[in-house]
Design a protein. Structure first.
Length: 152
């Protein structure tokens, strides 16, 4: 199995507490996900972010609906939280969200470790599609986050 890593950082001119508050609201995940994925949270509100929280949602990949379930395995406000895939399209998905104060704002960090199914076919799909698609998703997310924190 080949493991891949996606890393991103983004600075926003808001306090650590304000930024973490935005990310600790699971409903904002839909806001920062590209509309083309038809992302929809299935877990009924109110959804309290905490260690042990399960979040169910659907999205579409190649037009096919996918049920995804994640577990919040670490919750350390306002510095970090980790979501791990319990059910979904990956063999392994581990997303660490970090938040640290900077001179006049907060650095948002993402590190996603993931493994695709299907062996050699999965590696080919990563090279042809998955890597670029994840980059596109995180590019969109960066744009929306910049807009959200510019507008507050």
């Amino acid at each position: 199995m080949t493991a891949y890593i996606l890393k991103r950082e983004q600075r926003v001119p808001y306090s650590l507490d304000e930024v973490f508050a935005f990310f600790s609201q699971a409903a904002n995940l839909q806001r920062i996900t590209p509309p083309s994925l038809n992302f929809c949270i299935l877990t009924p509100p109110p959804l309290r972010m905490r260690e042990g929280a399960l979040i169910d949602y659907t999205l579409r990949i190649f037009g096919v609906p996918i049920h995804w379930r994640t577990l919040i395995t670490t919750y350390d406000p306002p510095h970090r939280f980790v979501d791990e895939q319990i059910k979904g399209p990956y063999v392994f998905w581990h997303h660490t969200h970090t938040f640290r104060e900077d001179d006049d704002g907060t650095i948002i960090g993402d590190e996603v470790r993931y493994v695709l199914p299907f062996g050699a076919l999965g590696r080919l799909m990563h090279a042809v599609y998955v890597r670029r698609d994840l980059e596109r998703i995180f590019d969109y997310r960066e744009e929306v986050i910049a807009q959200v924190f510019a507008a507050q």
